[in-house]
Design a protein around this ligand. Structure first.
Ligand code: ADP
Ligand code: MG
Length: 686
């Protein structure tokens, strides 16, 4: 038997990837090629950082002490900017509160150092306290924001409002009554006499860092953090953060706990901002509540916007451009200087969309080195810089499946539809029932209301393993909503959902995905800005948690989907059919026991439709497959039990033959007088 897998591979080798006829990765879309990272990336980062650090240290030793002092502040601000690159650039959380966390870290350093440094003769512990205070503050704030499901614009408002509230509180702590141990908070006068960075070797005397040493430490920390962030962008932690940024819905449907990941990233960003605040307190030996005011909050965002939000090196450039200009023009306090700097910044932000670093990177690639292969432009007119977390490492590109492919799913389950290589073998594997076992999925009395609209009304249905099930119904019948409540994308208004007898009604989408529910949504929900292979890697990693196995698995699915030629293209550049196909592949990469396919053949060519048909037949041999379709010819050939939904309720059930003789079905679905359900009803393509 010819499997869809074998079919796809053949199609790829003979006629190119499915749906490619109209959109080959030629001239235009090839420019959307994703970056191919290699293991050398980490090494070159290290070399660049070492050279930059060496040069800066040399310069710091040569310049006047005051200049080194000013540069130190810039290095500290780079650390703060990096925290926003992590939070906003990587994970898409638009925080206006990084400066506030920085302030919390500064005050924490001050309080701890004033109380403890006298006794212990060192303030390094106060730096740790600053980072911890920043992390705890961010974690508490993040918990309420993310578990309260705030959308991004509200996150921006809440973080800014929090900063202003803290400003008001700290501002009103003037007077000697407001003290923590030996530390007088000082209210609007600020906290003074904060100790410098002091360390003490075992048995030695307390030693305070000189200004140049302090500069070296801050620069070193900034560079080390930049390296760590770049490295994180190539590791699962950073790649999942990028996935969350690009498509929260898809991430949770794959099984990633989006809220938890955002909280983790935000907390880590808080620790970095807190540490920067600690350095700042030690640098100026003074903390004032103005750090919680609007201007610093906006400045951090401006640095990152100017440098490039997705760019780690952009944090350095943004701070240097903005602070350098302010300093050169006589400090931001001068009115005319402020105006000039402001005008320049607006020019940069509007003129160099995406920031300075990505723009320079693009010029370099397009103008200076037009022949550079694998340039990093990712479906975003703003482009991106090679260090961008927008483009996480996708591992080596595979033009064909690896010669020694994993024979089992990284999650440990036997292969499902991919087979062991040749199509016939694959067929055997599936007939032998080696795939993920299907599960019994039941809904009992499920209703779903959206305000006044009753999308589902007391629906009771069961989907059994080892055969496909089909759902049809006119536009607005509630088919997609039913899938939505099955996956947890929508909560139910009433009723229960059981998976293998277990009540999953209250579980979130990621928990259900982990129990084996996979879905292809009606409108393809993929990571448009990421490469096809990165999309598949994210799906496979969600199930396996093994980076390398997921990479191999993703490469195999890519080959079977016939998408190797477009493996490194941003998915947004693919044809609709290819995106549908990719999303089905992503659902399968998680090795699900239940697969929901919402209008899988919409926008597909005849050839792709046939392949999908074979794929469904194959999947249904072991998994539970539920298909929503409008193409009646497709439904007929599926030969599956059909449930008809109408106005949110279960109208009737039966085989295709039975239903095509049922007057009532013809009435509601096709209109009286039709010969039978034999063609796609385009009017119903909702
Ligand atoms: P189908 O997939 O069968 O075409 P849907 O499940 O998409 O139908 O929609 C069923 C009904 O629920 C429609 O009336 C639709 O307008 C409504 N609906 C679906 N999703 C939402 C939503 N998120 N908010 C409000 N109404 C919705
Ligand atoms: Mg629908």
């Amino acid at each position: 038997m010819r499997t869809p897998a074998a079919g796809t591979e053949r199609a790829a080798s003979v006629a190119g990837a499915p749906g490619q006829g109209d959109r080959r990765p030629g001239s235009g879309s090839a420019r959307l090629r994703a970056r191919i990272s290699t293991s050398r990336a980490g090494l070159s980062d290290l070399v660049v950082a070492a050279i930059a650090g060496g040069l800066l240290l040399l310069a710091g030793n040569l310049v006047a002490e005051f200049t080194a002092f000013e540069w130190t502040l810039w290095a500290i601000e780079v650390i703060l900017a990096l925290s926003l690159v992590l939070v906003w650039g990587y994970c898409g959380i638009f925080s206006f509160g990084q400066a506030a966390v920085y302030g919390i870290g500064g005050y924490a350093y001050g309080v701890f150092a004033l109380n403890v440094a006298e006794r212990t003769g060192e303030t390094l512990s106060a730096l740790v306290v600053a980072a911890v205070a920043g992390a705890v503050f961010a974690a508490a704030l993040g918990y309420f924001m993310f578990y309260g499901n705030l959308s991004n614009i509200y996150v921006a408002i809440v973080t800014l409002a929090t900063a202003l509230v803290v400003f008001a509180i700290v501002n009103s702590t003037a007077g000697s009554a407001y003290r923590i141990g030996d530390a007088v908070l000082g209210g609007y006068n600020g906290m003074t006499r904060i100790p410098r960075i002091t360390y003490r070797l075992p048995g030695g005397d307390p030693t305070t860092l000189t200004r140049v040493q302090f500069f070296a430490v801050c620069t070193g920390v900034a560079l080390a953090l930049a390296l760590a962030l770049r490295s994180a962008g190539r590791r699962p932690f950073g790649r999942i953060a990028v996935a969350v940024r690009e498509n929260e819905t898809r991430s949770s449907l794959l099984g990633y706990d989006v809220r938890r990941h955002k909280l983790l990233v935000f907390t880590l960003g808080g620790a970095i901002a807190g540490l920067a605040g600690g350095f700042y307190a030690a640098w100026g030996r003074f903390m004032s509540p103005t750090v919680f005011s609007l201007k610093p909050a906006a400045l951090v965002v401006i640095w990152v916007l100017v440098g490039g939000r997705f760019s780690v090196s952009g944090a350095f450039v943004g701070v240097l451009v903005v602070e350098g200009l302010s300093s050169w023009l006589g400090g931001p306090s001068g009115d005319r200087a402020s105006l000039l700097v402001g005008a320049l910044l607006i020019g940069i932000v509007l003129g160099l969309r995406g920031g300075v670093v990505p723009t320079l990177g693009r010029l370099w690639r397009e103008g200076v080195r037009p022949s550079l292969a694998g340039a990093a432009i990712r479906g975003d007119p703003a482009g991106s810089d090679p260090s961008s977390p927008r483009v996480p490492e996708s591992g080596p590109r595979h033009d064909r499946p690896p010669s020694t492919p994993a024979s089992t799913h990284p999650g440990g389950e036997a292969e499902v539809w991919l087979g062991a290589g040749a199509g016939d073998e694959a067929g055997k594997t599936i007939e032998d029932g080696d795939g993920a076992p299907g599960a019994l999925l039941e809904v009992h009395g499920v209703s779903k209301r959206f305000g006044g609209v009753t999308a589902l009304d007391d629906v009771t249905l069961a989907f059994v393993p080892r055969q496909p099930s089909c759902i049809i119904g006119p536009n607005g019948a509630g088919k997609s909503t039913l899938f939505g409540v099955l996956t947890g994308y929508h909560g139910v208004t009433a009723g229960t959902i059981l998976l293998n007898g277990e009540d999953i009604t209250r579980l979130g989408p990621h928990r259900r995905a982990r129990l084996g529910l996979g879905i292809k949504m009606q409108v393809p929900s993929v990571y448009d800005a990421l490469a096809a292979q990165e999309n598949l890697w994210l799906a496979a990693y969600a199930a396996s948690g093994d980076r390398d196995a997921a990479q191999r698995w993703a490469a195999r699915i890519l080959a079977r989907l016939g998408l190797c030629e477009v493996a490194d293209l941003a998915v947004g550049a693919l044809a609709h059919g290819q995106r549908q196909w990719l999303e089905i592949g992503m659902a399968l990469a998680t090795n699900p026991s239940v697969i929901l396919l919402d209008e899988p053949t919409a926008g597909m060519t005849r050839d792709e439709t046939e392949r999908t048909e074979r794929l469904i037949a194959q999947l249904a041999r072991h998994a539970t497959v539920v298909v929503v379709e409008h193409d009646m010819e497709f439904v007929r050939r599926l030969d599956a039990p059909i449930s008809v939904l109408h106005m949110g309720g279960l109208f009737t059930q039966g085989t295709f033959e039975e239903l095509s003789r049922d007057e009532r079905v013809l009435n509601i679905y096709l209109g009286r007088g039709a010969d039978g359900p034999t063609g796609r009803t385009d009017a119903d393509a909702g």
